[in-house]
Design a protein around this ligand. Sequence first.
Ligand SMILES: [Zn+2]
Length: 381
Amino acid sequence: MTCCRVCGAPLGAPAYEAQAPSMTSIMTLVSVPTQVFVCETCNHVQSPDLPDIKAFYDTGYRISLASENHDQLFAVAPDGTPIYRTEHQANIALRLLNLPEGASLLDYGAAKATTLRHMMRSRPDLKPAVFDVSTDYTAAWEGWVPEDAQATYDVPAEWAGRFDAVMSHFVLEHVADPVPFLKVIHGLLKPDGQVLISVPDSIANPGDMIVADHLNHFNVPSLSRAFAEAGFAMDVCDASSFPGAFFATARKADGAAKAKADAGVATLASEACGFWTDAAKRLDAAAGDLAGRRAAIYGAGFYGAWIASRVGEKVSVATFLDQNPNLKGSSMFDRPVVPPADLPDEVDVVFVGLNPKKARAIVAQVPVLQRDGLELVWLDA
Ligand SMILES: [Zn+2]
């Protein structure tokens, strides 16, 4: 029997189930089936552990390591300046955390700690510290994080009770034991310390539901419950500053009230799972109907990769189209990623690999996708 990672309650049948392979957040395939469970007691949504999860993060997961410019484009400012994801995260963290002059701030599960580095540009008084479960990133910390404020694999015992704030960006969704993880952070904070956690919002971005290495899919009730189980009380859960993610802060408060489940949240989670069940059926049918046609996939992110993994054997996928200038010249599954305007003439089918909540509005603004005779295949209809 599977139990909830947050509240420990037994879980029923999965709300979504698909055969192997499943896809990871770094768009690699792993030969495990996908299952997603929704907890009726605390609303937490979760998937089974990945086999050999420790090795995966130590050596298999090198996000943003290959290139300094890999940082994802988040938005473009009105004056045309690109805003990158970690820069935006830094601005949110500075706003949500109450950091006194000279505050010690630990980036826990830091990777290259780019967010912390951005924060220090506007707050050079901060005392940075970094921790990760891999040594892949240590070169990126050299020169700006003091050596005794760097740790890998294990947190030093002398770090207990030392920090004014600990932040952990997009880590908790990967963790097999989220409550013990939060308890470790609890132990690192000063009595009045504050924690900031960011995690994907899988209702706003349903793609998150089926990412194989996202073992947890938090929502407001389950995040609040996880904090309470670890001895924190949640202060703020900001769902709007970073579309598709929650940025939540909490303070130490042993015995904090445990949030009640919200039936509406459970329904939304089950509906997001239902979307994928339907999308898989629809794509399998489309791949049969369109066998042998020349196709492209719009979107070189998770949705596009998932489509390629399902239709690639039957349909000839010539290329991925993506508007992100950083992806120009790259490849995915051995196909080139090109700007939409470079859609090859012979392509007559385009699979739309975008967040279904935004796909139609985005596609309506791409002139080449309005081409006569071009057939569009949507994930949701
Ligand atoms: Zn639960």
